[in-house]
Design a protein around this ligand. Sequence first.
Ligand SMILES: Cc1cc2nc3c(=O)[nH]c(=O)nc-3n(C[C@H](O)[C@H](O)[C@H](O)COP(=O)(O)OP(=O)(O)OC[C@H]3O[C@@H](n4cnc5c(N)ncnc54)[C@H](O)[C@@H]3O)c2cc1C
Length: 335
Amino acid sequence: MADIAAHKGIWVFAEQRDGRVQSVALELLSEAQKLAADLGSEVSAVLAGDEAIESQVQMLFDHGAVNVYLVTHPELKEYRTAPYTRAVVELIKQYKPEIMLIGASTQGRDLAARMAIRLNAGLTADCTGLAIDPEKKILLQTRPAFGGNIMATIITPNHRPQMATVRPKVFRKSKVKNQNSKVIKFKPTINAEDLLVKILQIVKDESVKVNLQEAEIIISGGRGIGDPKNFKIVEELAAVLNGAVGASRATVDAGWISAHHQVGQTGKTVAPKLYIACGIAGKIQHLVGMQDSDNIVAINKDPDAPIFKVATYGIVGDCLEVVPALTRKIKELRG
Ligand SMILES: Cc1cc2nc3c(=O)[nH]c(=O)nc-3n(C[C@H](O)[C@H](O)[C@H](O)COP(=O)(O)OP(=O)(O)OC[C@H]3O[C@@H](n4cnc5c(N)ncnc54)[C@H](O)[C@@H]3O)c2cc1C
């Protein structure tokens, strides 16, 4: 318990790919500032890479980091589990943060789990809400549990840092101007045993044409579209609106569309300006992935479908008629 008092500050792991800080890190910095205000604490970012990564430091300051721990080593240019774990754990042991937030990306999930074991710390994966307990001043980590049927709030009172991963787009990034920002340079010790895995080549998956999490407009199809070939009407509406195509898990499980398109608890979390749900019931596991969208249009033939509870606009009707009619009208309006 004595050691707990020695841990101070909220840290965000600033995930980078191809030398560029990922959006999820900036989203976490924004949320970390609210937590820091409640905790009376400071927000820091941990940026790891080779020497060239220093170019990304300013972006972290611009999004709320007061300190940036710049962890550089030639072997940290690309992400690999062992050297990254070694470097970040060494940094944590030296500087002792109270809270560590990491994006729940493939990289972050891998790193967070490994770090938690090395540090003997608790870790709550895929949080959808974070807060500070006003009395105990510990991190309240909320996430769906039991298949999304309840929201569980998890605490890790006896170990530090308190660690949580959060999926991209759960929080919104915001720009801030910080005075007194500071870079703390750190050279980790990386051993031969950390370098057993070598990256020979990085091949981008060209089949992933959708970047749902970056799209401002998403048109999603559910089982109500009736047939895999009817995804064509969803794609046509997406094309006229310059949007991306999403899907419910029922359609993914049925093999109608690839899992890259799935929105929801076990798919992607999205928050576009416009989300159009076509023939989607709106079960809680789907809603947790899209309910923070600015505007939600639901098209469903059942007036009691739960999707209407979160919809800004609801259309009760057959999506096989409504969706092509919308596409026609938008084409007409746009000449
Ligand atoms: C642990 C767990 C994780 C899960 N993760 C996810 C997830 O990430 N994402 C996800 O989506 N689901 C997830 N699910 C599944 C989820 O519970 C639902 O089963 C799924 O979302 C249902 O998909 P759907 O709405 O397309 O299909 P259905 O539930 O079959 O609903 C189809 C809807 O279409 C309407 N409809 C039918 N015909 C028409 C028509 N012609 N025109 C208009 N409307 C019509 C119906 O009224 C109905 O509301 C998860 C479940 C579990 C247990």
